[in-house]
Design a protein around this ligand. Structure first.
Ligand SMILES: [Ca+2]
Ligand SMILES: [Ca+2]
Ligand SMILES: [Ca+2]
Ligand SMILES: [Ca+2]
Length: 442
């Protein structure tokens, strides 16, 4: 007898025998001599036969009793015998027949990846085409049930990766992939494989991409401009004088910051601590010598003394650099004012949109009686508080600007009202004291 059964066939599944196999047994004896039993030999309890006892003639039925042997991946067939044994007291004749049951393969295995997980290390600045990893999964089933395709990458930034469905090769899909060591040290994704050529059973495996920090962040100073005032003894400052920059890189030495003065420190009057960023005075500052030097530098400038003591102002440029490769750096300005200075950050609302920075500084200096250093000039937005405070009935005033400046007062501030009055009288409106541009100034 020969037949086929699906693997994993459930208990009770009957074997069907097709022509020429007729599931029938008979014994031509009559009476008790025609009574016989039917048993299965050597099938490990996989099948059972009914009836167990018959007389003269019977159709038999073989059913699955225990399907643990019906695993195509273990064996392709089960072979056993049927024994028909007479039971009469005076006779002991028997017959045996071979049965071969071939097992049909069923797609009962999911693909299995070669590794429980894939972990790779890549630099955060990897570029398009960079190989991430090649995954592989196999499937025990035969035919289409064992044909594996790699069908998906799942998880955050999965669209930044390409997956070859045939080979399992994963590459970086774009230069702007978004993997950033400063945002996350590692990214957890999954790779999916399916049998039936991509339409069947699914399997997933973790893919962990660990990013290696690259020196792609520049140290950035907390401020564009640092201002310090010399103490009266000219040996230090009125406050501790630190500059500070932050480097967002994730690891050292890419985020280790050092400081240096790169401009303005004539005669090495100032010392900048390389590590802490603290600015100190090397030895007592001689202001007159600085005046002398700067007067010599600009002796062709007009003889009128500037308002305040501009000559006593030191302007340094400092650089913050990291210890990564390649080195990245940025700069900031440091202004050091003479002793007795009183400085205020003041925001002025000024008519006009194209202000001349130097002339505006002069005008604001005349009005405030201090020395004005402009940081920023920008247009006044209509919704800003200051926008409402200026009357709109003057047809000449269409645009206004916001000027942010440091106003520096030394021990003797002078406001010359007559100078302001003179500017007012030269023009019929009060706003014309501001020099809007070179053609309309004064
Ligand atoms: Ca199978
Ligand atoms: Ca399969
Ligand atoms: Ca860096
Ligand atoms: Ca980095």
């Amino acid at each position: 007898y020969v037949t086929r059964v699906d693997e994993n066939a459930l208990q009770g599944t009957a074997l069907t025998f097709m022509d020429p196999y007729v599931p029938r047994v008979y014994d031509d004896d009559t009476g008790k001599n025609g009574v016989f039993s039917l048993t299965l030999l050597n099938n490990n309890g996989t099948f059972e036969i009914t009836p167990n006892v018959a007389e003269r003639s019977a159709s038999f039925l073989i059913r699955v009793r225990d399907n643990s042997w019906l695993d195509f991946e273990q064996r392709q067939s089960v072979q056993f015998k049927i024994l028909a044994q007479e039971l009469g007291p005076a006779t002991n004749l028997s017959a045996m027949v071979n049965v071969t049951v071939y097992i049909n393969d069923v797609n009962d295995n999911t693909p299995v990846f070669d590794q429980p997980g894939y972990t790779v290390e890549l630099p955060e600045n990897m570029t398009v085409g960079t190989k991430v990893v090649q995954v592989h999964a196999s499937d025990l089933d035969t035919g289409l049930g064992g044909k594996v395709r790699y069908t998906a990458i799942l998880g955050y930034l999965n669209t930044s990766l390409n997956l070859n469905a045939e080979t399992g090769l994963i590459t970086v899909a774009t230069n702007s992939h978004g993997f950033d060591r400063e945002l996350m040290p590692e990214y957890h994704l999954y790779v999916e494989a399916r049998d039936m050529d991509g339409a069947g059973n699914r399997a997933q495996v973790p893919l962990i991409i660990k990013l290696i920090d690259v020196n792609d962040e520049v140290p950035v100073f907390d401020k564009d401009l640092y201002e310090f005032i010399l103490a009266t003894d000219l040996m230090g400052f009125t406050t501790s004088a630190f500059i500070h920059a932050t480097d967002k890189d994730a690891t050292a030495p890419n985020n280790e910051v050092r400081y240096e003065l790169i401009n303005g420190n004539y005669q090495n009057k100032f010392v900048l601590d390389k590590v802490t960023g603290e600015l100190t005075v090397r030895e007592k500052i001689n202001l007159r010598s600085k005046k002398y030097v700067s007067q010599r530098r600009r002796r062709d400038v007009d003889a009128t003394p500037p308002i305040g003591n501009e000559d006593d102002l030191f302007i340094l440029t400092a650089r913050a650099y990291d210890l990564g490769v390649p080195v990245r750096s940025s700069t900031t300005s440091i202004r050091i004012y003479p002793p007795e200075s009183r400085k205020r950050i003041v925001t002025f609302v000024v008519p006009g949109s194209k202000l001349d920075k130097r002339k505006t500084e002069e005008t604001l200096s005349a009005i405030t009686g201090g020395k004005v250093y402009i940081h920023e000039i920008r247009p006044l937005r209509p919704e800003e508080p200051g926008a409402k405070d200026i009357p709109n009935d003057n047809p000449n005033i269409k645009e206004r600007s916001v000027v942010t400046a440091t106003v520096l007062y030394d021990s003797s501030s002078v406001v010359d009202i007559s100078q302001i009055q003179q500017r007012l009288s030269q023009h019929n409106n009060s706003y014309s004291i501001m020099p809007e541009d070179t053609t309309r100034t004064d």
